[in-house]
Design a protein around this ligand. Structure first.
Ligand code: RP5
Length: 166
């Protein structure tokens, strides 16, 4: 088993999910949170999924962010196999615009929770911020970085819109 020194696992069903999931990775980087990004497909690499999810806690991960599209079973199956918190990111699909992904991830049966985020980039970014909030409970320096991130975001919002000169 590959041991990880990262706090967060960012897993995704396909290379094609990276365009969305990189926003989770970039947000974790901005907050100086260690992560390990991996492709783990519930359908194409089921044995890899079992191996990863069964050993994720032992590997040292504290939170898992799982993104998938279409019949998106990755977050739910991962949550079924690990006691770690799992945040699911519905990746926007070409045919149904990610509504299939969202419903596949959000409708978990009582007993196996997946914290489900918005479809696409916003969901990926917010999954990282939720992971940060969880980790910050036991890490005052990270809590300070998260406060600063939010303060910077607040400071970046103008009071008035820029109106194009016509
Ligand atoms: C899912 O199928 C993946 O999560 C991805 O969003 C979708 C399409 O995968 P590719 O055909 O692009 O590999 O398993």
């Amino acid at each position: 088993m590959e041991k990880s020194t990262a706090d967060v696992a960012v897993i995704m069903g396909s290379q094609s999910d990276w365009e969305t999931m990189r926003h989770a990775a970039e947000t974790l980087e901005a907050l100086k949170i260690s992560y390990d990004a991996r492709i783990v497909s519930a359908h194409r690499t089921p044995e890899r999924l079992y191996e990863f999810a069964r050993t994720a806690k032992e590997q040292g991960f504290k939170v898992i962010i799982a993104g998938a599209g279409g019949a998106a079973h990755l977050p739910g199956m991962t949550a079924a196999l690990t006691p770690l918190p799992v945040f699911g990111v519905p990746v926007e699909s070409r045919t149904l615009k990610g509504q299939d992904s969202l419903l596949s991830i959000v409708q978990m049966p009582a007993g196996i929770p997946v914290g489900t985020l918005a479809i696409g980039r916003a969901g990926a970014t917010n999954a990282a911020l939720l992971a940060a909030a969880v980790l910050a409970l036991n890490d005052p320096e990270l809590a300070a970085r998260l406060d600063a991130y939010r303060a910077a975001q607040t400071a970046s919002v103008s009071e008035r819109p820029v109106v194009d000169a016509q």
